[in-house]
Unconditional design. Structure first.
Ligand code: ZN
Length: 443
């Protein structure tokens, strides 16, 4: 497994962080040119198909909304000075604001202004996707100092029939199993919450393009909720074939990892993530599935029940920078992005090499010493690899995968895998025919 701190991926950290920085100013939302611009940039790193779904399209119980685009927005005082300026920060405008152009006194403007009294220097992130409204966000300190005045308000935006845009990158495999990696691309200038997941997913796809892999990998860059629902609705059958999946978000900050399990709770992806976090001694918190959060709740809706967990560092909604202007490029770190990439790559490495085998000599232990597989000096402490061979031989009755065995034996997956390779070479083990991993342990 890759060493802590990013290992072989550590050198990619600065490049990953540069991409976060580059995408930071783009005003993304659940539809519109900000998403297109973001996906166009990612398309320079990985083979990305861009899908456009017309507004008004029914997707299960939802309807693809009108497309929102914004050119400029401001609040000017009576001297004509921009006191709130969208050009300075995309968070200043409530996402999906309807267009407005008016002159109003402070008292009438006030209900349209959003701030955080407890974090008076930060701009909050607000949206109004499904109810027509307009508004501005600003630091509470600034709001309190706005003098009574007549203000000119302009939101030069359009909300009209158009499209919902999402990106999809498929890397074909040969095992018949497909791995889904999903991240949201709908937040404007926020880094940990959306860009960290976007960048880790992009570099993961770039890595897997070069690395040999048996499984197919499907990367989705979708607007949160509506995008995942749209993809699921257009790919119902394909989605159901997902063998393993991860939602990546909030994964570049300084905290240890947080893993929220899939709805199933004990799918191979859940076991593999927990295994890697524990055996690489990474600080981590494990959480059960909840029907709230990011798109794991769509993939884990009862009609799909896909084995898709959510890997984060800080837990969404529970850190002070969440959904504020403090979630900026300095809040995520190059080393943490690279370490997240290394961690997910290790998880996929486990899933790639997992499998079920059959012991070809099941009646009592085979004599390993005769084959040079067992310590020559009797009585000395058993080596990990030898112990792993005994476990693999004992549990390889076709029901236990190598990952199940590693977990039960409390041994690193790599050791168990190496033991299986040795036993295979000595004709003591044979692979089972069924594709491994997809159905989980049968015990
Ligand atoms: Zn968010």
């Amino acid at each position: 497994m890759a060493a802590r701190g990013g290992g072989a991926f550590a050198s990619l950290g600065p490049e990953m962080h540069d991409l976060v920085r580059e995408l930071y100013p783009v005003c993304r939302s659940i539809t519109g040119d900000g998403v297109r611009q973001t996906l166009a940039r990612l398309g320079r790193e990985i083979p990305l198909s861009i899908h456009e779904v017309p507004s008004g399209t029914q997707v299960f119980d939802w309807i693809v909304p009108p497309e929102w685009n914004i050119r400029d927005a401001w609040v000017k005082n009576s001297r004509g000075e921009r006191v709130i300026d969208f050009r300075r920060h995309s968070l200043h405008v409530v996402s999906y604001s309807v267009p407005v152009r008016t002159r109003i006194p402070l008292a009438q403007l006030r209900p349209h202004l959003h701030s955080l009294p407890d974090q008076p220097d930060l701009i909050p992130y607000r949206t109004s996707y499904y109810q027509p409204a307009w508004g501005f966000c600003l630091p509470h300190r600034q709001l309190e100092q706005l003098p009574d005045d007549e203000y000119e308000v302009c939101i030069d935006a359009s909300l009209a029939p158009g499209h919902l845009t999402y990106g999809e990158c498929l890397l074909e495999g040969s095992s018949g199993q497909e791995v889904l990696v999903s991240c949201h691309v709908c937040h404007p200038s926020l880094c940990d919450d959306n860009l960290s997941g976007v960048v880790v997913a992009t570099f993961l796809a770039r890595h897997l393009q070069q690395a040999p892999h048996r499984h197919a990998y499907r990367f989705l860059f979708v607007p949160g909720t509506i995008g995942a629902i749209t993809w699921l609705s257009r790919n119902e059958e394909r989605a159901r074939a997902t063998a393993h999946g991860l939602v990546l978000t909030c994964i570049g900050d300084r905290a240890g990892f947080t893993y929220k399990a899939s709805r199933r709770g004990d799918a191979p992806i859940d076991v593999a993530v927990r295994h890697v976090l524990r055996h690489t001694q990474r600080e981590h918190t494990l959480l059960p599935f909840t029907p709230y959060g990011y798109d794991e709740r769509q993939y884990g809706s009862p009609g799909f029940d896909l084995p898709v967990g959510c890997l984060m560092r800080s837990h969404y909604g529970q850190f002070p920078q969440y959904h504020t202007s403090a979630d900026d490029p300095d809040f995520v770190e190059a080393g943490q992005l690279a370490d997240a990439l290394a961690t997910v790559a290790s998880v996929f490495d486990v899933l790639e090499n997992d499998g079920r085998y059959r012991n070809l000599n099941p009646n009592c232990e085979p004599q390993l010493g005769r084959r040079g597989l067992y310590g020559a000096i009797g009585g000395s402490r058993i080596e990990q690899l030898e112990l792993a061979m005994l476990w693999v031989l004992n549990l390889s009755d076709g029901r236990w995968s190598l990952l199940d065995i590693a977990e039960r034996a409390s041994l690193p997956f790599q050791t168990v895998q190496a033991a299986a390779q040795l036993l295979l070479r000595h004709d003591l083990l044979a692979p089972c025919d069924a594709a491994p991993g997809a159905s989980g342990p049968q015990h």
